[in-house]
Design a protein around this ligand. Structure first.
Ligand code: NAD
Length: 543
C-alpha cells in the first residue's frame, strides 16, 4: 500500500537569506517590488482550475500606502462557494486515489519553486500586500512555507509507516484514507505561510479543499495558487474563493459533505463557527474534523536574576516585529522592580529609535498595521490608556493614517495587572508592562497563569535555575509554546511545533505530524489467510 516510504528526501529548514546591501537577493527583491508596483493585477477566484470573476470587483492596497492600487479581486457570492465545493468533490474522485509518492512529489516541487524561481515574487507580494519588511517576508513567505511543505511530506510518510501488529495467519493493515468530503481552509492575513499551509496540508493527505483567504491577503494568496498549479496540484484539488466570512460559512457549514475545518484566525470567529458546526451536526455525512489555531495574549515574565540587555532585545523584537501582528507577539510583560529602572531606560531608548514606514525602504524595522479597522481599534486603546489613571504610556502613543495605517510602537505601564491591555488581544504594536515586587516570583506566576483566557506562547527570563524550574512547572498549561531566555515569537517548523490550548486553539501543532494526522480517516483492514471452516470452538468438545 505504501511502497518506498523510506525513500522520501529528508526535510531540512530553508536557510534564511539576509538581504544585506548589494546582495543578489536584495537586488532581485527590489527589482521585483518595482515591477509588481508597475502593474495592477486582476485576482479572479480559482475554481476547478478556471479563473472566475464576479460582478463585484474590489481594489486591494498596500497597508502602508492605502491610496495605491495593487490590483482587484472578485468577491464571491454563495453560488461561487457552491461551485468550489462541487469542483472539489469532483476532483476528489481521482485525487483521493493518487498514490502518496505522487502527492509528495507535487508538494516537494512547490517547496522548490518557492525556494527558487518564486522566492522574490512571493516575498514582494507579502511585503506589498501585508506590509512586511524584507526580513519578515523572508521568514514567512519563503522559509516557513517551504519548511511546512518539506516537513509535512516527511511527516506524512512517518504517519503512513505506523502500522498495526499482525498475528499468525492474519495480516493487519491501516489504510490512511483522506476524509470523506471536502475540507474548508479559512486563513488569516498575517502569515502567507499559514495561508499556504492550511489548504496544502489536507491536500497532501489526499483531501480536496475549498480555501477562503483573508481579504487582506489576496495579493499573495493568488501567487501561492499559481505555485500550487505549477507544481502539479490538479484542478479542483484546491479552490480559492473570496466570499465574506458569513457567506462562505453558511454554504460550507450546511453542506452534507463538509468533512473538515482548518482554521487560523481570531478566537471569536472560531468559536462562532464551532457553534454553527454543532448546530448543524446532524446534517453531515461524517463528523467534521475541527482544527483551529486562534488568538493569544503572550507573556514575558522576567525573574530578578535576568540579564537586562537580553530582556530588552526580546521585548523589542517580540512585541514589535511585524507591528505586533503575530499571534505569538509579546503583548504583556511582568518586570521585577529591581530591574525596572534599567529596563525602562533601555527599552524606551530602543523603542523611540525604531524606524517605521514604507517597507520598500529597507532601513525600516516596521511597516503599517493591516487595515483601517485594526488601526482605529488600536488608536482607541491607546487613547484610553492616555486617559486612564492606572495606565501610563512611557513611549509611543502616536498614530497617523493619512498615507498608511501607521501606529508608533507603544509601551504602556500599568499599576493594575488586570488592566484591559494586559488581558485582551490587541494584535498591534502595543506592549503592556506590569512591574512586580522582585521577591514575589510565585505570586506573579500565578497572576500570569490566571490573567488571560489564552495559552498560546509565553517566555520566562531567568538566570536562577530554581526559579526557572519552578516557572516551567507552574506555567505548564499557560502556553503551548514556552520559551526560556528567548522571545516568544519565531517558531521554526520541524523544531518548535506551533499551537496553544485554552482559548488559543485546538493545539494540533502546525508543522508536525499531529496536525497532519487530523486530515486522515484510517481504515483498518484485517485479512485472514486461512479462514476457519468450523463454527464450533474446542472448549465445546465433551469431556
Ligand atoms: P480573523 O479571525 O479576522 O480572520 C480569519 C479568517 O476568517 C479570514 O479569512 C476572515 O475573512 C474569516 N472571517 C472573519 N470573520 C468571519 C466570520 N464571521 N465568519 C466566517 N469567517 C470569517 O483573523 P485575522 O485578523 O485574519 O488574523 C488575526 C488573528 O489570527 C489573531 O487573533 C491571531 O492571534 C490569530 N492567529 C493565530 C495563529 C495561531 O497559530 N494561533 C496564527 C496566526 C494568527
Amino acid at each position: 500500500m505504501y511502497k518506498d516510504l523510506q525513500s522520501v528526501p529528508k526535510a531540512y529548514n530553508e536557510p534564511v537569506k539576509e538581504y544585506r546591501p548589494g546582495s543578489p537577493e536584495r537586488i532581485e527583491l527590489q527589482a521585483m517590488l518595482k515591477q509588481m508596483k508597475s502593474e495592477e493585477v486582476e485576482i479572479p477566484m480559482v475554481i476547478g482550475g478556471k479563473r472566475v470573476k464576479s460582478d463585484n470587483r474590489i481594489a486591494t492596497h498596500p497597508p502602508h500606502d492605502h491610496g495605491f492600487v495593487l490590483g482587484y479581486y472578485y468577491k464571491s457570492e454563495a453560488s461561487h462557494v457552491t461551485m468550489a465545493i462541487d469542483a472539489a468533490l469532483e476532483a476528489s474522485k481521482t485525487w483521493s486515489k493518487m498514490p502518496w509518492d505522487h502527492r509528495a512529489a507535487i508538494f516537494l516541487k512547490a517547496a522548490d519553486l518557492i525556494a527558487g524561481p518564486y522566492r522574490a515574487k512571493l516575498n514582494a507580494a507579502t511585503m506589498l500586500g501585508q506590509s512586511k519588511t524584507a526580513f519578515q517576508a523572508e521568514i514567512d513567505s519563503a522559509c516557513e512555507i517551504i519548511d511546512f511543505l518539506r516537513f509535512n511530506v516527511q511527516y506524512m510518510t512517518e504517519i503512513y509507516s505506523q502500522q498495526p501488529a499482525s498475528d499468525k495467519g492474519i495480516w493487519n493493515r491501516l489504510e490512511y484514507r483522506p476524509l470523506e468530503g471536502f475540507v474548508y481552509a479559512l486563513t488569516p492575513f498575517n502569515f502567507t505561510a499559514i495561508a499556504g499551509n492550511l489548504p496544502s496540508a489536507p491536500a497532501m493527505m489526499g483531501n480536496v479543499v475549498v480555501w477562503k483567504c483573508s481579504n487582506t491577503q489576496v495579493y499573495s494568496a493568488r501567487i501561492l495558487m499559481e505555485i500550487f498549479e505549477e507544481a502539479g496540484v490538479p484542478d479542483g484539488v484546491i479552490n480559492l474563493i473570496f466570499p465574506s466570512g458569513p457567506v462562505g460559512g453558511k454554504v460550507v457549514m450546511e453542506h452534507p459533505d463538509f468533512a473538515g475545518f482548518h482554521f487560523t484566525g481570531s478566537t471569536g470567529v472560531f468559536q462562532q463557527i464551532w457553534k454553527t458546526i454543532g448546530t448543524n451536526i446532524a446534517k453531515y455525512k461524517t463528523y467534521p474534523r475541527i482544527v483551529g489555531e486562534t488568538g493569544g495574549k503572550d507573556f514575558v515574565v522576567v525573574h530578578k536574576s535576568s540579564n537586562v540587555d537580553q530582556v530588552v532585545t526580546a521585548l523589542v523584537r517580540g512585541a514589535f516585529e511585524y507591528q505586533g501582528q503575530k499571534c505569538s507577539a509579546a503583548s504583556r510583560a511582568y518586570i521585577p522592580d529591581n530591574l525596572w529602572p534599567e529596563i525602562k531606560d533601555k527599552l524606551s531608548d530602543q523603542v523611540n529609535g525604531i524606524t517605521m514606514g514604507d517597507i520598500e525602504d529597507f532601513t525600516n524595522f516596521m511597516g503599517a498595521v493591516i487595515d483601517e479597522a485594526s488601526f482605529d481599534k488600536l488608536a482607541l486603546f491607546i487613547d484610553n490608556a492616555k486617559k486612564d489613571n492606572d495606565a501610563e504610556i512611557i513611549v509611543g502613543g502616536d498614530y497617523d493614517k493619512s498615507k498608511g495605517y501607521f501606529i508608533r510602537p507603544t509601551v504602556i505601564v500599568t499599576t493594575d495587572p488586570h488592566y484591559i491591555t494586559m488581558e485582551e488581544e490587541l494584535f498591534g504594536p502595543v506592549l503592556t508592562i506590569y512591574v512586580y515586587e522582585a521577591e514575589k516570583w510565585e505570586e506573579t506566576l500565578e497572576l500570569v497563569d490566571n490573567t488571560s483566557i489564552y495559552a498560546l506562547t509565553g517566555a520566562i527570563f531567568s538566570n536562577d535555575r530554581y526559579a526557572t524550574e519552578y516557572a516551567v512547572e507552574r506555567l505548564s498549561q499557560a502556553a503551548g509554546n514556552f520559551y526560556i531566555n528567548d522571545k516568544p515569537t519565531g517558531a521554526v517548523v520541524g523544531q518548535q511545533p506551533f499551537g496553544g490550548a485554552r482559548a488559543s486553539g485546538t493545539n494540533d501543532k502546525a508543522g508536525s505530524y499531529l496536525n497532519l494526522i487530523r486530515w486522515t480517516s484510517p481504515r483498518t483492514i484485517k485479512e485472514t489467510l486461512l479462514p476457519p471452516t468450523d463454527y464450533r470452538y474446542p472448549f465445546m468438545q465433551a469431556d
